[in-house]
Design a protein. Structure first.
Length: 80
C-alpha cells in the first residue's frame, strides 16, 4: 500500500492505487485487519478521485460556434 498522503496524489496515481486495492481485496487472501485497512484506504482514494473529477468537470468549458462554424465563445460545461 502506498504511504503517500491521498490528498497529494494526482488523479491517475490515486485511481491506479484504488484499482490495485480492489484487485487485492477481490482475491480474498489478506488477513482481516489488513483487509479493513485496505478498504479504508480505498474509500479515501475513491472520494479523492470523485472530488478531482468534479473539479475537472467544473473547469471544462463547452465551446460555442457561430452560424459560420467559428468559435464564438465558451459557456460552462453542463454534464446533465
Amino acid at each position: 500500500m502506498n504511504e503517500q498522503p491521498v490528498e497529494q496524489m494526482d488523479f491517475e496515481t490515486a485511481l491506479a492505487e484504488l484499482e490495485t486495492i480492489v484487485r487485492t481485496l477481490e482475491q480474498g487472501d489478506e488477513p482481516l485487519d489488513r483487509s479493513i485497512a485496505l478498504y479504508q484506504r480505498a474509500e479515501t482514494l475513491k472520494k479523492h478521485c470523485e472530488t478531482r473529477l468534479k473539479s475537472a468537470r467544473e473547469r471544462i468549458e463547452k465551446i460555442t460556434l457561430d452560424a459560420d462554424g467559428n468559435p464564438a465563445g465558451a459557456e460552462p460545461f453542463d454534464a446533465g
